[in-house]
Design a protein around this ligand. Structure first.
Ligand SMILES: Cc1cc2nc3c(=O)[nH]c(=O)nc-3n(C[C@H](O)[C@H](O)[C@H](O)COP(=O)(O)OP(=O)(O)OC[C@H]3O[C@@H](n4cnc5c(N)ncnc54)[C@H](O)[C@@H]3O)c2cc1C
Length: 425
């Protein structure tokens, strides 16, 4: 090892949930893992901070200490003059609670967890591109940055036979090897802010009516939802997410929609002027595997870099954690093979496994995203769906992807059958 070139079994780029979980799994299995992160912890990440039971299950599997983290009992949905409170489903596959954890804390906890498992975390390392040999990714080039993101002028090369790009929605690394985002996948945009609030609540709250004004002054119901997620320390994460399937997408000032929504907040929450704890910030939500291939030429994509956000609800942390678990297993199994050809064949199973597990479900999500892009569908669904508790309980299982994995009731079987029958392309 020289100061300017370092080697590992696996390089993981980006220490968000996807990267840290990949590194934790691999290091826990005894591999030399370099986890490269351009920021310095604690760092903020624009997010709703919500963890469904599906995400909690991944944290449990990973052995993360979640003692003292805010727990939720379920989801309260408001829309069309109705309010419906649904508990998370009781199944043997998932815990019946979710969590809310500010990303500053969640991501640092996961990165430290990876370190504790033996991964080498290098903060302040901004990866600038791949090292290629014969068209294969065999490492990365990086520049070192200080705690404020300014380049120090130092550059380093890291080498490994396998590289994981878990560098988020923009994925500089994936783009550098020609993996651009797919236009045939839904995209969302979401904005959020932190607000002071004394209110204690065990439920995530979701508001289905978000209005904006069209070019001709008409009111347009937007495909998406607003949320209020209760956090510890007298704070709430308030935000809204919109899909690109409506005509209002791209022509709307989402921060302004959010400000007006917060000012006139329906329901029991109140956020008076001065209760905001920072600026409203926004980012994109890449959905339904919007960047492919998820593996080629030594480079795997995990999480937002591979566009793994659930089109039904905008949840991406869980899917980054799930992909991390699958990626780590595939890499580990590949290492156990004896020839390059065998190793490559195993690595190539990564996209197939993810598509088998999530492809059909994401296709349903894409259809859903397309359907609610029509304001009439959105309006009818809100008006006639919400008063029907049994239907909504079923929809919660669909939208948060929480069917019992084996057996279960007719609703669990139906959700699984729908996802199995939908094409995974
Ligand atoms: C407003 C908003 C609200 C959301 N709310 C929720 C929610 O409530 N629940 C939920 O499950 N999902 C939510 N999501 C989605 C969720 O935030 C993402 O899906 C999730 O963060 C993906 O994790 P990741 O590890 O793939 O990427 P990220 O969390 O984006 O992590 C990528 C990491 O890579 C680092 N990085 C980037 N480039 C480089 C580089 N060149 N070199 C080194 N490091 C680099 C970044 O600093 C970062 O630490 C929300 C998204 C938005 C925008």
């Amino acid at each position: 090892m020289t100061p300017s070139e370092q080697h590992a079994d696996v390089i993981v780029v980006g220490a968000g949930p996807g990267g840290s979980a990949t590194a934790a799994w691999l290091a826990g299995a005894g591999l030399d893992v370099l986890l490269l992160e351009k920021a310095t912890f604690p760092r903020d990440k624009i997010c709703g901070d919500g963890l469904t039971p599906r995400a909690v299950k991944e944290l449990i599997a990973l052995g993360v200490d979640t003692e003292g983290w805010t727990r939720t009992k379920g989801l309260r949905i408001l829309g069309g003059g109705h309010t419906l409170t649904l508990d998370w489903p009781e199944t043997t596959s998932f815990p019946s609670y979710g969590m809310v954890r500010a990303r500053g804390d969640l991501d640092e906890a996961l990165a430290r967890h990876a370190q504790a498992r033996g991964a080498i975390l290098r903060e302040g390392v901004s990866v600038t591109g791949p090292v290629l040999e014969g068209g294969r990714v065999v490492g990365v080039e990086a520049k070192l940055v200080d705690g404020r993101g300014r380049a120090t002028g130092e550059r380093t090369t890291f080498r490994a036979p396998v590289v994981v790009a878990s560098d988020g929605v923009s994925s500089r690394l994936a783009v550098a090897v020609g993996r651009e985002k797919r236009e045939d996948r839904p995209m969302g945009v979401a904005v959020r802010g932190y607000y002071a609030s004394d209110r204690v609540d065990d439920y995530l709250e979701s508001h289905l009516e978000l209005w904006t004004t069209g070019a001709d002054g008409e009111r347009i119901l937007m495909p998406g939802y607003g949320w209020i997620f209760p956090l510890d320390g007298g704070r709430a994460n308030v935000g809204l997410g919109i899909l690109n399937t409506s005509t209002a997408f791209g022509q709307t000032d989402y921060k302004d929609v959010m400000r007006r929504w917060v000012e006139t907040m329906p329901g029991d929450w109140e956020f008076p002027e001065g209760s905001e704890l920072g600026p409203i910030r926004g980012a994109a939500l890449p959905m339904g595997f919007n960047r492919t291939p998820l593996y080629a030429d030594g480079l795997l994509l995990v999480g937002d870099s591979g566009g793994m956000v659930n089109p039904f609800n905008g949840e991406g942390i869980d899917y980054a954690l799930e992909a991390a678990r699958v990626a780590a297993d595939v890499i580990l199994q590949a290492r156990g093979r004896t020839t390059d050809a065998q190793r490559e064949a195993v690595l190539q199973t990564y996209p197939r496994i993810l598509r088998d597990e999530l492809g059909g479900y994401f296709t349903l999500g894409r259809w859903f995203a397309k359907a609610i892009g029509n304001p009439d569908v959105m309006r009818l669904a809100t008006r006639y769906g919400l008063p029907r508790t049994t239907l909504m309980r079923f929809l919660l299982k669909v939208m948060a992807n929480l069917p019992q994995e084996r057996g279960g009731g007719i609703d669990d079987r139906l959700v699984r059958a729908m996802a199995t029958m939908a094409p995974d392309a």
